[in-house]
Design a protein around this ligand. Structure first.
Ligand code: PHE
Length: 539
């Protein structure tokens, strides 16, 4: 790393200079090195007490553009005198006297008695003059100060110079002076402890002043910032955890038609599966048959270990082994056959949809249109060890929608599923009331609705203060037996499901009316970095 090598060289140079001179004024000894680099090197040495230093700020004089022109070409009065002397007689109407500089110069040259008026012309009164202004400015240019400090006020007022503060340092030997950087140990090892060498080792001191990797100068002091969606998402996660939910793994953005639709008893010719609504993936061309997903199962196996549960159910404590133990009890081929049978011919007391079920449709790869695809996978897996449980997820889903102020082609879904024996619709309503009260939405209204995978289904409505009307805030229902029994779950284990978008509550909390201000290329990064933390009003 070049920067580090420079820094090391500079440290050596400073040691060299301090060795040779009692006091080393860094601005003079290292005029072309930026003082912040000098300071970093001095700090390295000072933290080891090899060198001590003091900080001096001083004012430096700098010429303005006009001051520089005078230093280069002479003062206004000098230029006038010079022109008069050269011409012998210079007509007052001469165009060279028309500019501002010449007007100013004429007055001064009269005062200095360098020239006088003779009829309608100017004549010189001196063979040679000394241009003090130029000389003083030249001195200031070279020394960054005036010879007589009283001059500064005058020249500043005339806007020929200004001053700049510069920080410089004066370094000298410290109590632990050494001409060379000692070799320093950066790690304490087991061997050093064993052989006792740690006792005498020369450890590199901690640098408590080091800036972190984000310690830049950017907006917000260079710190990171959470996106508003992430803040609201964290609030929802806490609410779910407080209500006894576990989080489903949701990394599977691309899923098969099987998990996204068929497993949820969505018929293969359902309009939601149309190209207009769903993004299909063309490469790779298709998914394999439904099977165990190891990356999902390992996460889920962590959840299987429940404090109240008999540990003998889980002979292994290693999640990978535990995942295999659980899924060994699952027969994905049998499950697939059940799904086909219930769609095509009817099963479990249902007459089914009665259409020819095609394997190709189940294998199409889609950008998941809802996180319910994940819930389906997790619920099927539950049939290996059926028990009451609560799962949630909050992640991204994709729909082929026309983008407008309230819709993007992708958004985040908050989804929960609750499995328990003999659940009823009243229980779902009671749960939803409690859940939404937790996010500060007190009065719910339920409206019967239709989902292919839930029966009954209810849309959830609530009063919106700002809009002064009732708005839809979520969708819910009880998963159909066609879906759950095909998975192999016991008949009296019922499952609630509900979903809402993360964007809507976020937009309400942050007072955003256009979703494109929240997500996508039009987002104002200043807003993302400065938006406040959010709190949903919990019970
Ligand atoms: N998947 C539904 C949606 O996209 C939400 C939902 C989940 C509804 C579970 C019922 C049960 O809106």
């Amino acid at each position: 790393n070049g920067g580090q090598r420079d820094q090391r060289d500079l440290t050596e140079e400073i040691l060299e200079a301090v060795d040779q001179h009692e006091h080393v004024p860094t601005a003079e000894v290292f005029p072309s090195t930026p003082q912040d680099k000098i300071k970093a090197a001095l700090d390295r040495l000072a933290s080891r007490q090899m060198v001590e230093y003091e900080t001096h700020d001083k004012e430096e004089v700098h010429l303005t553009e006009e001051g520089q022109a005078i230093a280069d070409e002479g003062s206004h009065e000098y230029k006038v005198w010079d022109a008069v002397r050269e011409a012998g007689r210079l007509s007052l109407k001469d165009p060279s006297l028309a500019n501002a500089s010449a007007k100013l110069g004429q007055g001064n040259a009269f005062k200095l008695k360098w020239i006088k008026k003779d009829g309608d012309a100017l004549v010189s009164l001196a063979d040679s003059v000394s241009d003090t202004t130029r000389e003083q400015l030249q001195y200031a240019q070279e020394h960054r100060a005036f010879q007589d400090p009283k001059l500064l006020k005058d020249y500043s007022k005339r806007k020929l110079v200004n001053t700049q503060k510069v920080i410089a340092y004066v370094a000298r030997k410290g109590p632990r002076w050494a001409k060379e950087m000692p070799v320093e140990v950066t790690d304490l090892t087991a061997e050093m402890i064993a052989d006792g060498s740690w006792n005498t080792a020369n450890f590199k001191p901690y640098n408590f002043k080091a800036k972190g990797t984000l310690g830049g100068e950017g907006v917000g002091g260079g710190t990171g910032a959470l996106h508003p969606l992430n803040k609201v998402r964290e609030e929802f996660r806490k609410i779910f955890f407080n209500m006894g939910f576990e989080e489903m793994p949701t990394a599977r953005f691309v899923d098969s038609g099987f998990w996204n639709f068929d497993a949820l008893y969505v018929p293969q010719q359902h309009p939601a599966r149309d190209l207009q609504d769903t993004f299909y993936v063309s490469d790779p061309p298709e998914a394999g048959p439904p099977s165990a997903d190891e990356s999902m199962d390992i996460v889920l196996a962590e959840m299987d270990v429940d404090d109240d549960q008999d540990e003998s159910d889980h002979p292994s404590s290693d999640p990978a082994t535990r995942a295999k133990d659980t899924t060994a009890r699952l027969d994905y081929q049998a499950y697939y056959d059940n799904v086909r049978a219930v769609h095509q011919d009817g099963k479990y007391g249902s007459i089914g949809y009665r259409y020819p079920y095609t394997d190709a449709e189940t294998r199409r790869l889609v950008l998941r249109t809802h996180t319910t695809a994940i819930s389906a996978y997790v619920l099927h897996r539950l049939s290996a060890n059926p028990r009451p449980c609560r799962y949630f997820s909050i992640d991204r889903v994709f729909r082929n929608e026309t983008v407008d102020a309230t819709h993007l082609a992708e958004f985040h879904q908050i989804e929960g599923v609750i499995a328990d024996y003999n659940l009823t619709l009243g229980g779902l309503q009671a749960f939803l009331k409690r859940f939404f009260r937790n996010i500060g939405v007190p009065d719910l209204k339920f409206k019967p609705a239709y989902n292919p995978y839930t029966e009954p289904s209810m849309e959830v409505f609530a009063w919106h203060e700002g809009l002064n009307k009732i708005v839809e805030i979520g969708n819910s229902g009880m998963f159909r037996p066609e879906m759950l029994l095909a998975m192999g779950l016991p008949e009296n284990l019922r499952v609630y499901g509900f979903g809402l978008s993360l964007e809507r509550p976020t937009m309400i909390k942050y007072g955003i009316s256009n979703i494109r201000e929240l997500l996508g290329h039009k987002v104002d990064l200043g807003f993302i970095e400065s938006n406040p933390a959010v709190r949903l009003d919990r019970e």
